[in-house]
Design a binder for this molecule. Structure first.
Ligand SMILES: [Zn+2]
Length: 471
């Protein structure tokens, strides 16, 4: 047996302990923290209910990242752990070793080893040292909530638990997503948590935009919101212009209070058409990330967009699938001039831009010196126009991801791609770029397939089946 085959001492000790549950339980107070944590993971893996309960009752760390510990038998383990935490919560005197302050049920953004307080909890209220010494501060339960019309919502127990143990535990939600909800379901959850600490809010597939009005009283408390996403917001039944105005101005008035808001994503939200500037105009602080995608934008929305105070310091701008071809290039030029010193990511994918439009924004684009990502797929420009674009990127030294459309010269009259010509022109464009500056990762993509919506990328992906058959 070579020295390589000998398990480390810690592993040997672990194996010995795991053979005898009583031995684990009697050693709990004497284990070093790293060993304790490893043993806890092993006990979760093996579903050792008694051991888990004893370990939780003497939890020596300020955090328990339960959401990151998803295993096959997670729900059983969760039950053991929550039962034990609840038992400790209601004890008059808690075990001496027990140090738990934050129970984190979020499954993303943390790992099993995050058992110490740190930046991961910066969004939570700090526990004062007096409260720590008293040992009776309420347990903070951190969650992300995804509300769907789902009566068996797994977090349903949480709202019941919070009500039952009021004063002993407090629920804090970091990210709240609302999908197709009924207001009564939402109320049930929203009323059991501290809305003030929510940093990310997503509103998706709201069938009735009037729901936004019902949310207003809750939105008013979300003063720490940093990111707001609205997606698939359409009118299911006809809303009168006055009613629409009323709903939008009510919603916009809540945005006024969101002084921390930095990221706003509006995707496929026809409800705001013609009122976009009203919505964005209510933001008084600059955004660093704005995405207006898959929407129809009216002339007046487009005209006002570049004049709003919230777009003066953008780091990320996405206008994917906004048909810019029908809108003036001037507002986009102004937007680029305004964000020239801050913009790092720009997506103009599927904007159906033509050469004249591109030429109007090129001088402004060439001054966005911080740009690292530029997505220009899905625009109808020729090889010559693309060469002109590449020459205007000479000073963009930080570009590391560059996505350009395959020139329109490569398409046959019936819209199919001439593969040989594509190879020749893309290689030629690449040579042009190399002569100008050091390229980042550069790809040339075709228009999306009308059947499957997939985009063929030269030298990277296969042509989709529908297009191959058509060839
Ligand atoms: Zn296809």
């Amino acid at each position: 047996m070579s020295s390589k085959d000998v398990p480390p001492l810690q592993e040997l000790a672990m194996q010995t302990l795991l053979r005898d549950e009583n031995l684990i339980i009697s050693s709990l107070g004497k284990l070093p923290p790293v060993f304790f944590l490893e043993l806890f993971k092993q006990a979760c893996e093996r579903g050792l209910g008694n051991v888990l309960k004893k370990m939780v009752a003497s939890w020596p760390f300020p955090r328990l990242p339960l959401g990151a510990m998803k295993k096959r038998n997670f729900f059983q383990i969760q039950e053991y752990i929550l039962e034990e935490i609840d038992r400790v919560l209601i004890q008059k005197v808690r075990p001496r070793e027990y140090k738990l302050e934050v129970l984190d049920l979020r499954s993303v953004g943390q790992s099993c080893s995050d058992v110490w307080s740190g930046p991961i909890d910066n969004w939570l209220p700090q526990t004062s040292s007096e409260a720590k010494e008293g040992g009776k501060q309420p347990l903070k339960v951190a969650v992300n909530l995804y509300l769907r019309n789902d009566p068996a919502n797994k977090l349903f127990f949480l709202s019941q638990w919070a009500k039952k143990r009021k004063g002993l535990l407090e629920v804090y939600c970091y990210e709240l997503q609302i999908w197709l909800p009924s207001l009564s379901d939402c109320k049930y959850f929203l009323e059991c948590m501290n809305l003030h600490h929510i940093e990310v809010l997503g509103l998706y597939c709201l069938r009735k935009p009037a729901f936004l009005l019902n949310l207003n009283s809750y939105l008013g408390h979300m003063t720490n919101l940093r990111k707001l996403s609205l997606s698939n917001l359409h009118e299911e039944s006809l809303v009168s212009p006055e009613e629409r105005k009323h709903i939008i101005s009510g919603f916009a008035s809540q945005l006024l209070n969101m002084e921390c808001l930095q990221k706003l994503h509006l995707d496929n939200t026809s409800f705001f058409q013609g009122h976009l500037h009203q919505l964005l105009g209510s933001l008084k602080t600059p955004l660093d990330d704005l995405a207006v995608t898959n929407c129809q934008v009216s002339d007046s929305d487009w005209y006002h967009l570049s004049k709003l105070p919230c777009v003066s310091q953008l780091k990320q701008l996405s206008l994917e699938n906004i048909r810019l071809v029908y809108l003036s290039p001037e507002p986009l030029r102004v937007l680029l001039v305004k964000s020239a010193s801050t913009l790092v990511s720009l997506s103009l994918e599927d904007c159906h831009m033509k050469a004249r439009y591109l030429y109007a924004i090129l001088p402004a684009l060439s001054n966005c010196l911080q740009l690292t990502t530029f997505n220009f797929y899905g625009n109808q420009v020729s090889k010559n126009a693309l060469k002109k674009l590449l020459r205007h990127t000479a000073s963009l030294k930080h570009l590391s991801m560059e996505l350009y459309p395959i020139p329109k010269d490569c398409y046959e009259d019936n819209g199919t791609l001439h593969m040989e010509y594509t190879g020749i022109l893309c290689d030629e464009l690449m040579d042009t770029l190399k002569a100008i500056r050091k390229p980042g990762r550069v790809y040339f993509g075709a228009d999306r397939c009308h059947e499957c919506n997939i985009r063929y990328i030269y030298n990277k992906t296969m042509m989709c089946k529908c297009r191959r058959i058509a060839d």
